[in-house]
Design a protein around this ligand. Sequence first.
Ligand SMILES: Cc1cc2nc3c(=O)[nH]c(=O)nc-3n(C[C@H](O)[C@H](O)[C@H](O)COP(=O)(O)OP(=O)(O)OC[C@H]3O[C@@H](n4cnc5c(N)ncnc54)[C@H](O)[C@@H]3O)c2cc1C
Length: 532
Amino acid sequence: MNRFISTLRRPLTTIVIILTLFLMVISKKIAVLSADPKGEKNCPPLFPQYMDENGKNMQIFMEEPQHQIEWKQVGGMINDASCLNATSVYGIAHIQSEKDIHEALTYARNNDLKVTMSGAKHSMGGHAFYKGAVVLDMLGYNKILLNESERTVTVQSGATWHDIQNLLHPKYAVKAMQSTDIFTVGGSISVNAHGMDHQVGALSRTIRSLNLMLPDGTVKKVSRTENSELFRLVVGGYGMFGVILDVELEITDNEIYTSKRLITDYKEFPQLFEQDISKNTDIGLMYMHLSTSPSSFLEEMIVYSYEKIHESDLSIPPLGEVGSVKLRRFAINIAKYGSVFKRFKWWSEKYLEPKMESCSITRNQAMKDGEACLVSRNEPMHDSVKYTKNRIPNDTDILHEYFVPRDQFISFVDGMRTLFQEQKTNVLNASVRVVHAEENFLSYAPQDSFSIVLYINQSTDDTGNEKMKKITQDLIDLTLEHKGRFFLPYQLHFTPEQLEAAYPELQEFTLLKKQYDPEEILTSTFYEKYFR
Ligand SMILES: Cc1cc2nc3c(=O)[nH]c(=O)nc-3n(C[C@H](O)[C@H](O)[C@H](O)COP(=O)(O)OP(=O)(O)OC[C@H]3O[C@@H](n4cnc5c(N)ncnc54)[C@H](O)[C@@H]3O)c2cc1C
């Protein structure tokens, strides 16, 4: 009997040990995939010192240290949301007032230095800094004033949408912004951001006026009717014409919506939009997700819409933060590791997420029949996407966005699918937005368009960068074939020829830049690479 038990025990012990090790490895992996980031992520190549164009070390020498600038950082590095653009700078100035901006510009002019403004640094191609430049960190320049009688807010350009929503809630809401709330107003105007409100359109349409400090320190009021050329240049002008000071923005009511989801085929979408959605003025917000599961890749689509309900006696609870951050982060990150997990992600978006949706506003009838999920306008837009940040080493997720005329949508998606399958691109998310023709100078949409926003994973080594460069250039060629344009705040993998083909206004834009900023004091990695 004893002999029998001991023989049984050995394989059992082995199995238990293997199972324990397996569980330890799995739980370690789960912990890495869901862990909060330790801080800002920096990816190689990292240059530890301040270097000139030839890679030689340069000395930081503050010519006028007595000058009234509060430095957040002297010398050192800065990076953006891609983690791939670590850049040595002269220093980072802590901006809190108009006077601080004036001082910093004067200092830069006197010392022959370049200047770049930075907001939340979510552009991904070094748009918010330049090697050796003085960076104006605008985040502390963030006062917000509500003008109820005008139905506007006046905000300093370093304020984030998150802070503005907190002030406006529960009565009012932002009219136009990105689909998430982490960005600054200055950074958003500089790219002419757009988001979920398909009726209002891009941010530019909600700007009454703004004050702009030109590189020589003078201030100009800019709007559609006053200094209108500058207005068209500053909106979507990537900080090249002046520092945006305060802005007057239109706001709207914090309407109550029923949140709806419809699963459809991407080929049905253009018609669905033209015939139904665009005619229903009660739909206040909308966006679409295309499947990233291999079984229905870029074919199946979920249409998310928020339809106004005409009741006024419902009480709106305080704004909360998005919950289940670790779970959401895990779902995004696990999808990077193969088709089974990508299938699971799409399945959970279709079937699990509706059950987890937070429907903050309750109404007796709705509760009784369980038919409606009610939210206020601020809620879907009050998302600080903490779950997109992680601490996975040698890994980053990159945004792309392509705008195509609406009748080109189906063919564009088909072309995209082929490219991704050929190049085995690790697509984590693909969403679709509705965009109207925009009239700013470097407009990403000269005609009504659909835009396709992609979130693509890459390793941060040479192989990852080369792969991302190839797919970016191929996607841009595809966009150009479909008479479209690509969004400029992302990685600088496009060629100068592609930029010029997409934006034929480029030369005139550059000439005007030199007219308003003859010494080209305001610059960025993006400007230096393509506009010089
Ligand atoms: C995860 C993610 C999601 C996104 N979603 C959307 C979306 O839904 N819709 C959309 O349209 N875009 C989207 N974007 C792009 C985003 O809108 C831009 O990158 C935007 O510029 C980010 O704002 P920021 O505050 O981070 O600006 P930064 O990246 O800090 O700066 C961007 C540009 O603005 C300039 N700038 C900043 N402040 C000022 C100022 N006060 N005066 C003059 N110039 C200034 C900078 O010099 C720079 O050229 C997304 C980006 C990411 C990474």
